[in-house]
Ligand binder design. Structure first.
Ligand code: HEM
Length: 465
């Protein structure tokens, strides 16, 4: 086949293709138009960097995997994320020995056996959430759903990962933890910081001060989490959780993680471990609200299993198959991480025939991949039956990449799915819900993670047989 060269919209001076992405109907619609016009691999020029965006599963397979051709490398403009995650797993290059060491040491904490051990604590956290929702159901107060989903997922990673409570589920009116405010601010500033020269970032401007104070607050929270564990009497230290592994595990040469790296990993897990799952839950509940036929199917499933928080040890989460399909379809339609960024190590011809020169940033667009009508007929429709085993097996595993895949795929994938299943099953089992103005909910295009425009929800108690 002849080699093809990716095309893209003409560039403007300095800003490159940024206006093509940001202006008008917003990045998602713009990108769809660009793919329609220029083909499955497009060339864009942003932040003074040339990149390729891919949207086809056959190309995603090659780009997603670590290989002699592609790798995850933290370089400009993504290097600005280092000010949050430092050398933590998410924000380090595959070639970085810190990544290799942490990957090796931490993988066992996410093995299926380890995840199973976390189930008990996730149930405890869900019980605390139910207590809160019961008070809302009693007085019919509309409440911001994402705030509560964020509190539950943040508390989970704190308690399950680090044996530390942020106390955000102690009372129904608990505010967000200051860490979340600081993190939200910093994530929102990242694009600005990509566009700002280093010397301006070093100036004593109010925006820089706020950014630096937010980072300092996040580090302080992490120091408290680590100090709380270190101060526990010896007998109580055997938690065998993520933090325990970080503090004690060593590789075959006896190398342990240095303190600074542990701090980076704790911040990384606090960030990566909650916002993604909370937004998935928020979208799933909204999608069920908008699709009553599917809501009924999920209710029938949880009722049939007599899903109950009264005897969690008897609940078999693996039986929640419709709940799981709903979550997979939610992640297809609303992948929290919308761009998976890699770097091409040497000249490559992708399976679709497009040439990618060495040293080019190459991005898999999860939105484009998940909305490809050749792979997902009527992609705009919510249809969890796409995830029936016989349907799923017809598709390439590279046509659904909300967690990416391979060595740099999400280490917390099983944990996230376990948590989301338990929380969603519980909400559907114990409550009816109503979202006033649900039809106006849209994706928020400006955020790094795919969020819904904030909305309120009303809970009503449901007869549980
Ligand atoms: C990596 C998605 C939940 C921890 C990733 C990546 C994606 C992703 C796409 C790869 C990013 C890249 O290539 O740059 C998600 C989604 C989640 C979720 C959609 C929930 C629905 C979690 C949870 C944790 C977690 C619960 C922690 C308990 C991480 C870490 C990495 C990662 C540490 C970096 C792994 C590495 O490169 O070695 N996640 N994630 N994630 N995720 Fe998740």
């Amino acid at each position: 086949l002849p080699i093809k060269h990716a095309q893209g919209p003409p560039t403007t001076p300095i800003l490159g293709n940024i206006p093509d992405m940001l202006f008008g109907p917003g990045p998602e619609v713009n990108l769809k138009r660009i793919f329609n016009e220029y083909g499955p691999v497009v060339k864009l020029f942003t932040f003074s960097t040339e990149q390729r965006l891919v949207s086809d599963p056959i190309d995603a397979e090659v780009v997603a995997r670590e290989s002699e051709y592609f790798t995850k490398e933290i370089r400009f403009p993504f290097s600005v994320t280092k000010c949050l995650g430092g050398d933590g797993l998410f924000t380090s290059s595959t070639s970085d020995p810190h990544w290799e060491l942490a990957h090796k040491l931490l993988m066992p904490t996410f093995s299926p056996k380890a995840i199973k051990n976390y189930t008990h604590e996730i149930f405890n956290i869900t019980i605390a959430l139910k207590k809160i929702f019961d008070t809302f159901a009693k007085d019919g107060t509309p409440v911001p759903l994402n705030h509560h989903m964020t509190n539950v997922t943040f508390e989970s990673i704190g308690r399950v990962g680090f044996g530390y409570s942020f106390h955000v589920l102690d009372t129904p009116d608990a505010l967000s933890h200051p860490f979340l405010e600081a993190m939200g601010y910093c994530l929102g500033e990242l694009i600005n910081r990509m566009l700002t020269p280093d010397f301006v970032k070093a100036m004593p401007l109010p925006a820089n001060k706020k950014f630096n104070n937010s980072i300092a607050l996040m580090k302080k929270t992490v120091d408290e989490v680590i100090a709380a564990r270190k101060s526990k009497p010896k007998g109580e230290k055997e938690n065998k959780d993520l933090l325990d592994f970080m503090l004690n595990a060593a590789d075959e040469h006896g190398t342990k993680m240095p303190d600074g790296l542990i701090r980076d990993q704790v911040i990384t897990f606090l960030i990566a471990g909650h916002d993604t799952t909370s937004n998935t839950l928020t979208w799933a509940i909204w999608l069920l609200h908008q699709n009553p036929v599917w809501l009924k199917k999920v209710q029938d499933e949880v009722d049939g299993l007599h899903w109950s928080l009264d005897n969690p040890e008897q609940m078999d989460v693996s039986k929640l198959s419709i709940v799981e399909r709903v979550l997979k379809e939610t992640l297809r339609m609303h992948p929290p991480v919308q761009r998976i960024s890699k770097v091409c190590k040497k000249d490559t011809v992708l399976p679709s025939g497009y040439f990618v020169p060495a040293n080019t940033n190459c991005v898999i667009s999860a939105n484009a991949l998940h909305n490809n009508p050749d792979v997902y007929p009527e992609p705009q429709n919510f249809n969890p039956d796409r995830w029936l085993p016989e349907e799923e097996s017809k598709r390439s595993p590279f046509s659904w990449l909300p967690f990416s895949i391979g060595a740099r795929g999400c280490i917390g994938r099983q944990f996230a799915m376990l948590e989301a299943k338990i929380v969603l099953a519980t909400i559907v089992r114990y409550y009816h819900f109503l979202i006033p103005g649900a039809e106006n909910v849209k994706p928020l295009t400006s955020s790094a993670i795919r969020k819904a425009t904030p909305f309120n929800i009303k809970f009503f108690n449901r007869e549980v047989g």
